[in-house]
Design a protein around this ligand. Structure first.
Ligand code: SF4
Length: 376
């Protein structure tokens, strides 16, 4: 694709690769999408159910808070019941880190410089090493060390990078390199500049996110601007979109960003026009229902749904399945970019869902056949 359309090429920053459980992060690994549960971790059944919903939504990694010993105990029950690797979110209490590693967490989100003496850091690193656990250093613009704030005057990119590298030094001193770093801030300028600085200063994989970004609409916009800027310039190995919304939405928005930039493909990419007086069917309602009905498809496919012939035929040439509104309630369906058949007004959504499901099944069967052949 890049050779044909060089303007779409994103050259990813070269980072070292670590593993969060079975998920590789960094290097040439696909950019993973993660989210975080918001159930009390001690509600084991509720947390498992939410993690499973996140798995269905496509989450590669899920983070769970571990604020107390009861949560560590709950984690031990949760981990065997889910497929995705679990990151334990730890603040200050080094013992929670050790317990979480023992409970089967695939990664600890912990800032080594905040957990006290070197001996404590050593103990946490030993537990992580013994249990094949990675670590995420999670610097946040809102909770920088006092010494850095006094020296720099306010949270700034340089202070965040320095904080991240200070924490990293603790792990490097223990000869531990299975870690990734985040330098999040709710201000997109600050977050982007901090990530750019960190990307220059080290080759550790980066977990990127705009923290406390807001609700579904404002958080999506803020994250798309900040993370879009980073991803477009090749920075970022794993993504978490923080929204004051259901965690599944974070995963959906994360994938939409990656799909938009051609960095990852999962599910149906719907291309639709905003509609206007020329529309030959109700574009907005059709797309709304169609997206809901196609949410279960994981096969990467592109579908265009365009209200009239002004843009419909052109868009359809670049899609797997295209639909263009036509006069007298008769619309045109395209398959593989070519006009295929016409359709009367009724049951547009049912018709498109069936076509997409058939196409997805055919793609999956072809893929399974190719894999079986390769394995022979
Ligand atoms: S494709 Fe047609 S219906 Fe859709 S916005 Fe353009 S002119 Fe309007």
């Amino acid at each position: 694709m890049s050779a044909v359309r060089p303007y779409r090429e994103i050259i990813r920053r070269k980072s070292r690769q670590i593993h969060v459980g079975k998920v590789p992060v960094g290097g040439d690994a696909p950019i993973s999408v993660q989210s975080m549960t918001n159930t009390p971790t001690t509600d084991v059944a509720g947390t498992i159910a939410q993690i499973r919903r996140l798995e269905v939504a496509g989450a590669d990694i899920v983070r769970v808070s571990v604020p107390d010993p009861e949560s560590s105990a709950a984690l031990k029950e949760i981990v065997p019941e889910v497929t995705v690797p679990i990151v334990a979110d730890i603040h200050f209490h080094y013992k929670r880190g050790i317990e979480a590693a023992e409970a089967g967490a695939a990664c600890l989100r912990i800032n080594p410089g905040n957990i006290g003496s070197r001996d404590r850091v050593r103990e946490v690193v030993k537990a992580a090493r013994d249990h094949g656990c990675a670590i995420r250093i999670g610097v946040n613009g809102g909770s920088l060390e006092r010494e850095l704030l006094e020296r720099y005057g306010e949270p700034c990119p340089e202070a965040m990078v320095e904080s991240a590298l200070n924490h990293a030094k603790y792990l490097e001193d223990e000869d531990f390199f299975e870690f990734k770093i985040s330098v999040k801030a709710s201000d997109v300028f600050l977050a982007v500049a901090a990530y750019q600085g960190l990307a220059e200063a080290c080759d550790y994989p980066l977990h990127i996110g705009i923290t406390e970004a807001g609700g579904l609409r404002s958080g999506t916009v803020k994250s798309s601007i900040g993370l879009g800027m980073l991803l477009w310039s090749g920075i970022g190995d794993t993504v978490r979109v923080s929204l004051s919304a259901e965690p599944e939405e974070e995963v959906r928005v994360g994938f939409e960003m990656l799909k938009t930039l051609g960095l990852r493909h999962r599910g149906v990419n719907v291309i639709s026009c905003p509609s206007c007086a020329r529309q030959q069917f109700d574009v907005i309602e059709t797309v709304k229902v169609l997206e809901e009905r196609l949410a279960h498809i994981t096969t990467p496919l592109t579908v265009s749904v365009i209200g009239c012939v002004v843009n419909g035929p052109g868009e359809a040439t670049m899609t797997d399945i295209g639909f263009t509104g036509g006069g007298k309630g008769t619309h045109q369906v395209y398959i593989g970019g070519l006009p295929h058949h016409r359709l009367k007004d009724d049951s547009i959504v049912d018709h498109l869902v069936r076509l997409v499901e058939e196409k997805a099944a055919a793609v999956e069967a072809e893929k399974a056949g190719a894999e079986a052949e390769a394995a022979e």
